[in-house]
Design a protein around this ligand. Structure first.
Ligand code: 13P
Length: 251
């Protein structure tokens, strides 16, 4: 049985002060009826503050980051290393988000290096994959997403794969209010799991959690989570509002 995993990706929102204020509200109403694993991925500048709040108040929430560089230290102005994240008790790191691919030109090869660096430093990657609208409309979405997996997982050892989360985020559904239908999302998640079984084996494929991301809201989470191969959600906009995120966790 895969434990449901709901993660909030705050993107470039929330100063560390706003983050602390968010938790003042969130922690009093925190409830987790479905016993999900819950994580927040704040921007780098708020990670320490969020970590201090969740440790201090003993809230059962995991810390994640939204990106990192693949080198451990050195002359890489502006970058943040896996060692730095680990020192802040970060457990998860989102890698290959479509905004990083599209705006910052990250390639599958870079993401592959980052996944290796995450595992070398005992961080658990949340690997994002997903197609553009033109690709979906041309009927080639599955080939495209499975190709991303081939490249991003190149030479990743089987012993680590059970610690990987994959987030299927169709780019046309991010921040647009358009969600993939739950059947389309589930079909892609199934195809991803089958690919993992081909690349590794059935046992490992059954362990990996696959999230859906793209306009997840309180009104659509229940239907998504009822699907066979959707094990959680990577939530953008709705994770910035305590009430909405709580409703999503307690779908
Ligand atoms: P929205 O939930 O705002 O569509 O963002 C999804 C996303 O990109 C999460 O990583």
């Amino acid at each position: 049985m895969r434990k449901p995993f709901i993660a909030g990706n705050w993107k470039m929102n929330m100063t560390h002060i706003e983050a602390i204020q968010f938790f003042d509200d969130f922690k009093f109403n925190y409830e987790n009826k479905n016993n999900c694993e819950v994580a927040f991925c704040p921007p780098f500048t708020a990670i320490r503050s969020v970590g201090t709040v969740i440790e201090g108040d003993k809230i059962d929430i995991k810390l994640g980051a939204q990106n990192m560089y693949f080198e451990e230290s050195g002359a890489y102005t502006g970058e943040v290393s896996p060692i730095m994240l680990k020192a802040l008790n970060v457990e998860y790191v989102i890698l290959g988000h479509s905004e990083r691919r599209e705006i910052f030109n990250e390639k599958d090869e870079d993401i592959n290096k980052k996944i290796k660096a995450a595992f070398n430093n005992e961080l658990k990657p949340i690997l994002c994959v997903g197609e553009q609208l033109e690709i979906r409309e041309s009927g080639k979405a599955e080939d495209y997403v499975l190709g991303q997996l081939d490249n991003c997982l190149k030479d990743i050892e089987e012993k680590n794969i059970g610690l990987l989360t994959i987030a299927y985020e169709p780019i046309w559904a991010i921040g647009t209010g358009k969600t993939a239908t739950s059947d389309d999302a589930n079909n892609m998640c199934k195809a991803i799991r089958k690919k993992l079984a081909n690349l590794y084996n059935e046992d490992v494929a059954e362990k990996v959690r696959i999230q859906y991301g793209g306009s997840v809201k309180p009104h659509n989470i229940t239907e998504l989570m009822a699907k066979s191969d959707i094990d959680g959600a990577l939530v953008g906009g709705a994770s910035l509002k305590a009430d909405d995120f709580l409703a999503i966790i307690n779908y």
